[in-house]
Design a protein around this ligand. Structure first.
Ligand SMILES: [Zn+2]
Length: 226
């Protein structure tokens, strides 16, 4: 990526970290709906990795992971940039429910990228597509199961038009060392947001198939899975 890292008009200098609040819209109660994007910019140039979690409001385990990374990573010792969106749907998280807005045509944020209409989930996806996804070279999308989830797995996209992207996603998923690795249709999820970019978007899940299409197991299925 270019040396310039700018989020919603805010430039982040090399060797620094910053949390940037990006307004999305005003809710009916008068409050602001906003996305918070953490930028940890290494002192040396390099690629940009994006982490995104809590598109589903009941999958909150990634908060602890991202909190640790954001607080502990030292940008003076880093190459490249980490962008972290711990809470992609603050609306769903605030209600502790999977979907963002039940009474809408697009309630599930993870199904409507890059957003077309003005429902809350789509409005948030539009902002994150513009200010987050399109600034990353690779994206890790976290979907840990809610309380009680027990089965750890990592998925990678199998439906990207570029076979190299599929292979890179699979290599990265396997390198994570999870006992269970499967493929899923991420192109359908992120759609045009990822269509023309070289991304490696594995999806971490702890309950395969929960409320979702069941990922195709087989790359490393079974071992260590209760
Ligand atoms: Zn999810």
């Amino acid at each position: 990526m270019a040396d310039l890292m700018e989020i919603n008009g805010v430039q982040v200098a090399p060797g620094t970290k910053q949390a940037i609040r990006v307004p999305v819209t005003q809710d009916l109660n008068g409050g602001e709906v906003a996305e918070v994007i953490h930028v940890i910019r290494g002192a040396k140039p390099g690629r940009t990795l994006g982490l995104i979690g809590l598109q589903h409001g009941d999958e909150w385990f990634d908060l602890q992971i991202m909190r640790f990374l954001v607080s502990e990573l030292d940008p003076s010792r880093m190459c490249g940039t980490l962008l972290a969106v711990p809470v992609a749907s603050p609306v769903a998280f605030g209600n502790l429910q999977r979907i963002t807005q039940p009474e809408s045509d697009g309630p599930d944020m993870n199904r409507i990228w890059p957003g077309v209409h003005t429902w809350l989930a789509e409005s948030m996806a539009k902002v994150l597509d513009r200010e987050f996804v399109r600034k990353c070279d690779a994206v890790l999308d976290f979907h840990p199961g809610p309380w009680g989830g027990a089965c750890a797995m990592v998925g990678y996209g199998r439906d990207f038009p570029n076979q190299e992207i599929i292979q890179r996603g699979r290599d990265l998923a396997m390198a994570m060392g999870f006992p269970c690795v499967g493929s899923t249709r991420l192109m359908e999820v992120f759609r045009a947001a990822l269509a023309d970019r070289v991304h490696v978007p594995p999806t971490g899940r702890s309950q395969p198939g929960r409320g979702d299409r069941r990922p195709r197991l087989g790359d490393r299925a079974g071992a260590g899975v209760a």
